[in-house]
Design a protein around this ligand. Structure first.
Ligand SMILES: *[C@@H]1O[C@H](CO)[C@@H](O)[C@H](O)[C@H]1NC(C)=O
Ligand SMILES: *[C@@H]1O[C@H](CO)[C@@H](O)[C@H](O)[C@H]1NC(C)=O
Ligand SMILES: *[C@@H]1O[C@H](CO)[C@@H](O)[C@H](O)[C@H]1NC(C)=O
Ligand SMILES: *[C@@H]1O[C@H](CO)[C@@H](O)[C@H](O)[C@H]1NC(C)=O
Ligand SMILES: *[C@@H]1O[C@H](CO)[C@@H](O)[C@H](O)[C@H]1NC(C)=O
Ligand SMILES: *[C@@H]1O[C@H](CO)[C@@H](O)[C@H](O)[C@H]1NC(C)=O
Ligand SMILES: [Cu+2]
Length: 595
């Protein structure tokens, strides 16, 4: 592997050396491959309406975001949104430092997937990871997959990985709407570039003029993910992984003079930042997504107020704020009116990582240009001075209230799950969740096991079977000082309480508790969630890539009887046979939990 990489790098040196002279400017293709995100050429949304229009405008008719329960009804449009995603190795320099990455359709970030509420999304994923080869599996973050748990994309849980040079077709319904993303769930692979935005258009009580589309906020690492994981999981390795930079839509400057002495990787100081255009006086929708490996982001636009209208796939009662906090995996949709300056005004957009995020360079910027501004100019606006409160927590639950109210049902079962850091007998630092450090078996997905009526699992798969329970409450107790963004697949969970220490039994707004699919639990604190279980196998894990690699994941079985009776498509078995064959003849270097 090392030799191959060395060869690739020397080819790269020759190809890019010309560009890396002191005066050269990197092109968009040098920094982001075929992606246009973060450039002034990125189209406003909806984009697909121009090439695949709906016959009668928007298909959700009289359904609204305040009057209809999206878990019970969605428009059955019958429209198929078909995408082809090819994952390949490549080189880009998003912040000027050249990296060996994984690209989706030659782009970083990967291309946008767009649909209307109720459409069927069909994605053919082609694994073109070669030199060296590796598996992959794509998770569609926040999608419920209630009729299709085998399309959830968690390797060893809902499917076998897609082997190199093979394809797998994912097919699922967009039964919720809003902003999300897709990412590899195979090891920490997504931090190497296998990710992209998803927008599902739906009703909105709050009107706006322009949909600016996805704005992805992410920490960035100059080392390859595999090397990071290897170092972290070496005996006496540190679980704290420092990021090198922070980016908005995959772009940011980097000060090349700060690289480790002896590092000869090509690096340029002038990679360029993301640029956005605002129409003076108009109201814009910005779709924020934290697609990072670890860092908690605090997003703001100088001198502008943000009106929050959705968190994850849950529309919320609008509230105003200057700064929005997002843990990894979380999304926040905000409306911003361009009425602060003149048509020639320019402003900084900022995303600062919080004190809870180990980072060399925590602050990302992008430029916002009103429609009469010179788009080559540099903003000189004043930042909001709202210091990081240091709690490493989301907005207070009292402030974030779902627009469509659902009262908290009585749980049929309550349990605690503890988060602990420990060293195993080889001195490897791992995470224990609910008493176990998880390690997946790529060849035997839990879902297929259960579907065959086999409910005995090796302890290290960390499976919890809820039998006939329909409403499950989990009290997450964080026994250490580090905050974690807790993500449950297949559900928007109710959030009953979050705070320091242990839970005192208080529930915030039981008449309509907040709901979402990721929520931060602070260090030495608690998070109490509850969900109306849907039949299937659902990963419940920390979304920090390094923590999941270190075993921080549990698989929850809901309604095993129904899981056993599910008619799982033959493709799923076929993909497992293809993986079985590939893994028999190739070494699968699973150095971590596998997810
Ligand atoms: C597959 O990956 C190789 C590089 O590893 C690249 O040259 C080729 O264009 C890719 N094929 C497709 C269809 O993306
Ligand atoms: C938010 O601020 C805007 C002005 O920037 C105001 O028009 C609106 O009423 C405020 N909304 C709320 C919910 O406070
Ligand atoms: C973000 O960081 C910048 C640079 O340190 C600072 O000026 C600004 O106040 C910070 N913004 C917020 C909202 O904390
Ligand atoms: C400790 O964890 C590492 C990483 O998962 C694993 O390779 C090793 O076998 C474990 N050691 C023991 C004694 O279980
Ligand atoms: C683990 O580390 C301790 C102290 O750091 C050392 O004494 C012990 O020999 C190590 N054990 C293994 C199996 O490496
Ligand atoms: C609920 O789940 C728990 C934990 O697995 C189990 O002990 C209990 O029997 C279940 N209750 C029902 C009604 O299935
Ligand atoms: Cu974590």
């Amino acid at each position: 592997m090392g030799l191959l990489r060395g060869l690739l790098e020397s080819v790269l040196d020759n190809a890019l050396a010309v560009l890396y002279t002191a005066t050269a400017t990197l092109t968009q293709s040098n920094t982001n491959g075929l992606s246009l995100l973060g450039t002034l050429l990125a189209p406003a949304l909806p984009f697909f309406l121009t090439n695949n229009p709906m016959p009668d405008g928007y298909p959700w008719g009289k359904l609204t975001d305040w009057g209809n329960n999206p878990y019970l009804e969605y428009p059955k449009t019958g429209v198929i949104r078909h995408y082809e995603l090819t994952v390949s190795r490549g080189f880009v320099a998003p912040d000027g430092y050249v990296r060996d990455v994984l690209l989706v359709n030659g782009a970083f970030p990967g291309p946008l997937i767009e649909a209307n509420w109720g459409d069927t999304i069909v994605v053919d994923v082609h694994n073109n990871i070669t030199g060296p080869e590796d598996g992959t599996a794509i998770h569609w973050h926040g999608f419920l997959q209630h009729e299709t748990p085998w399309e959830d994309g968690a390797p060893g849980i809902s499917q076998c990985p897609i082997p190199p040079r093979k394809s797998y077709r994912y097919e699922f319904i967009a039964s919720l709407y809003g902003t999300s993303w897709y990412h590899s769930h195979y090891s920490a692979q997504y931090t190497g570039g296998v990710l992209g935005p998803i927008v599902v258009h739906g009703p909105s009580q709050e009107k706006y003029d322009i949909d600016l589309g996805p704005i992805m906020l992410s920490d960035w690492y100059h080392k390859e993910y595999f090397d990071i994981v290897k170092e972290m999981l070496a005996p006496n390795g540190s679980p704290r992984v420092l990021s090198d930079n922070n980016m908005i839509n995959g772009k940011m400057h980097f000060d090349c003079s700060t690289v480790t002495p002896g590092d000869t990787t090509p690096c340029a100081n002038n990679a360029g930042i993301s640029k956005f255009k605002f129409q003076t006086g108009k109201r814009h929708r910005l779709r924020l997504v934290n697609t990072g490996g670890d860092g908690v982001q605090r997003f703001s636009i100088d001198e502008h107020t943000l009106t929050v209208i959705a968190e994850d796939f849950v529309p919320v009662k609008p509230y105003n704020t200057s700064v929005v906090t997002l843990g990894v995996g979380q999304r926040t949709d905000v409306l911003v009116t361009a009425n602060v300056g003149k048509p020639s005004s320019t402003f900084w957009m900022r995303s600062n990582m919080t004190s809870c995020s180990p980072a060399h360079q925590p602050n990302a910027v992008a430029a916002v240009y009103y429609d009469g501004a010179d788009t080559s100019s540099t903003p000189s606006s004043r930042a909001w001075n709202i210091p990081d409160p240091g709690t490493c927590a989301n907005e207070a639950l009292a402030v974030t209230e779902p627009l469509f109210p659902i009262p908290l049902p009585k749980p049929t079962f309550t349990q605690s799950m503890d988060i602990e850091l420990y060293k195993n007998a080889s001195n490897v630092t791992l995470w224990k969740f609910n008493g176990v450090s998880m390690r997946t078996d790529y060849n035997h997905p839990v879902l297929l096991h259960a579907n065959e009526g086999n409910f005995c699992f090796p302890a290290e798969w960390n499976v919890v079977n809820y039998h006939g329970n329909s409403s499950i409450r989990i009290v997450v107790n964080n026994k250490g000082p580090v905050a974690h963004p807790m993500h449950l697949h297949g559900h928007n969970f109710y959030i009953l309480h979050e705070g320091p220490g242990t839970w005192d039994g208080t529930i915030v707004r039981p008449s309509n508790p907040h709901r979402r699919d990721v929520h931060l639990v602070r260090g030495n604190g608690h998070l109490v969630i509850q969900f109306d279980g849907a039949p299937g196998i659902w990963a419940f894990h920390c979304h920090i890539a390094w923590h999941a690699s270190g075993g921080f994941l549990a698989s929850l079985i809901v309604e095993p009887d129904k899981v056993q009776r599910m008619d799982i498509p033959r493709d799923v078995q076929q993909n497992c046979r293809a993986w079985e064959l590939w893994s028999k003849h190739n070494v699968v270097d699973q150095i971590d939990s596998g997810t």
